[in-house]
Design a protein around this ligand. Structure first.
Ligand code: 3HC
Length: 309
C-alpha cells in the first residue's frame, strides 16, 4: 500500500547519475520549477554534469529567444541566455552525499549504468534510508523493472520512467508499472511527467518497453546491412531520413544514444533470449565499443564529432 498522500506532488526530486540521461532528466525537471538533486560519485563527475546541463540549457534558451525575437542583438541574446540558464541551474543541487539526498527526496530517479547488479545495489542501499513515502523510478532502457523493485521493500512505490535522448528535445516518457504498483503512484508519475512538459505513455514491464523494442532491432539490422556490404553507413542514414522521414538515420541515432548503450542492451537481451535472432550481437557495434568509439560523447562513433569548447 502506498504510504504517500493521494494528491501530493513530488516536492523534491533526486536523480542518481549525471551522465547523458541523468543530466538531461535533471535539466527538464528543474526547468519545470522542481528542486532537483543530482547525485554523482565524485566532484569531477558533478562538475562535468553541471557543465553539460548548463550547456544544454543555454542551447535551448538561445534557440527559443532567437526564434521569438529575430531582431534581438547578440548582447540581448547573451543576457537572456545567461539569466535564464542560471535561474534553472539554481534549482539543481549537485551532491556526492547520496544518504543526505535520499533522506529528503520524494521521488528518486536512477540513471546509472545499464547494469542490473549496479542498479539493484543502489536500490538496496537507498531503500532503508529514503523517506517511507519516497517513490523509486528507474530510467532503465532494457532491464526488468520488477527485478529492481524486488530488491526493495517498496514494490508498490516502484516504477519505470524511461526518457529518450536527447532528453531536452524528446517529448516522450514511457511510464512502466507493475501489477503491484499502487494506483496513486501511477497517477503521481503520470502527473509528474505531464508537469515536466513530456507526454506519458503507460507500458508494462517487458524487454525494451515500446520504443526500444522496435528501435534496437532496427539499429542492429542497419549495422548488419552495412556488414553485408549492402550500403555504406552514410547511405543508410540518408535512406532512412529521406525515404522513411526519420529525423536521424540509424547510425547517427546510435552515435547520439551511445553505441556502448546499444551494446549493453543487446548483450543483456541476447543473454536472456539467445535463440532470438533479433538480439544477436553485431561485430560492427562490438568493434566500435572495443575501440572506444562509442558516439557523440566520445567525439567519434560511426561519425567524427568536433570537440566541445
Ligand atoms: N540539448 C539542448 N538542445 C538541443 C539538443 C540537446 N542535446 N539537441 C538539439 N537541441 C535543440 C537546439 O535548440 C537546437 O538548435 P541549435 O543547434 O541551434 O542549438 C535544435 O534543437 C535543433 O537541433 P538540430 O539542428 O541538431 O536538429 P534537429 O532539428 O534534427 O533536432 C532532434 C534534433 C530533436 C534530436 C532530432 O534529430 C530527432 O528527433 N532525432 C531522433 C532522436 C531519437 O530518436 N531519440 C530516441 C533515441 S532512443 C532512446 O533514447 C532510448 C534509450 O533508452 C536508448
Amino acid at each position: 500500500m502506498f504510504r504517500g498522500c493521494r494528491t501530493a506532488r513530488f516536492a523534491k526530486v533526486a536523480v542518481w547519475g549525471g551522465g547523458t540521461m541523468g543530466g538531461g532528466i535533471a535539466q527538464v525537471v528543474a526547468s519545470s520549477g522542481y528542486a532537483v538533486s543530482v547525485v554523482e560519485v565524485n566532484a569531477d563527475r558533478c562538475n562535468a554534469a553541471q557543465k553539460n546541463i548548463s550547456g544544454s540549457l543555454s542551447r535551448v534558451f538561445k534557440k527559443k529567444f532567437e526564434t521569438a525575437n529575430p531582431k534581438a542583438t547578440a548582447d540581448e541574446v547573451a543576457a537572456h541566455v545567461k539569466t535564464s540558464t542560471s535561474d534553472v541551474m539554481s534549482k539543481i543541487n549537485f551532491s556526492t552525499d547520496g544518504a543526505a539526498v535520499a533522506a529528503t527526496s520524494d521521488l528518486i530517479i536512477e540513471a546509472v549504468v545499464e547494469n542490473l547488479e549496479v542498479k539493484n545495489q543502489l536500490w538496496k542501499s537507498l531503500d532503508p534510508i529514503a523517506k517511507p513515502t519516497c517513490v523509486f523510478a528507474t530510467n532503465t532502457s532494457s532491464l526488468s523493472v520488477a527485478a529492481q523493485a524486488a530488491v526493495t521493500k517498496r514494490s508498490t512505490q516502484f516504477g519505470g520512467l524511461h526518457f529518450f535522448s536527447p532528453v531536452a528535445m524528446m517529448k516522450l516518457v514511457e511510464i512502466v508499472t507493475l501489477d503491484q504498483t499502487d494506483p496513486n503512484v501511477k497517477t503521481q508519475l503520470r502527473d509528474f511527467v505531464t508537469k515536466i512538459g513530456k507526454a506519458p505513455v503507460m507500458c508494462s514491464d517487458t524487454k525494451g518497453f515500446i520504443v526500444n523494442r522496435l528501435l534496437v532491432p532496427y539499429m542492429l539490422e542497419a549495422a548488419r546491412l552495412v556488414e553485408r556490404g549492402v550500403a555504406t553507413v552514410e547511405d543508410v542514414d540518408v535512406a532512412m531520413k529521406l525515404g522513411a522521414g526519420h529525423p536521424m538515420g540509424p547510425f547517427t541515432l546510435c552515435d547520439s544514444v551511445g553505441i556502448d548503450v546499444i551494446k549493453l542492451i543487446t548483450d543483456a537481451w541476447h543473454k536472456e533470449e539467445p535463440q532470438n535472432p533479433l538480439f544477436n550481437p553485431v561485430k560492427l557495434i562490438d568493434d566500435k565499443v572495443a575501440a572506444g568509439h562509442v558516439g557523440m560523447k566520445a567525439g567519434e562513433g560511426f561519425y567524427k564529432y568536433p570537440a566541445k569548447k
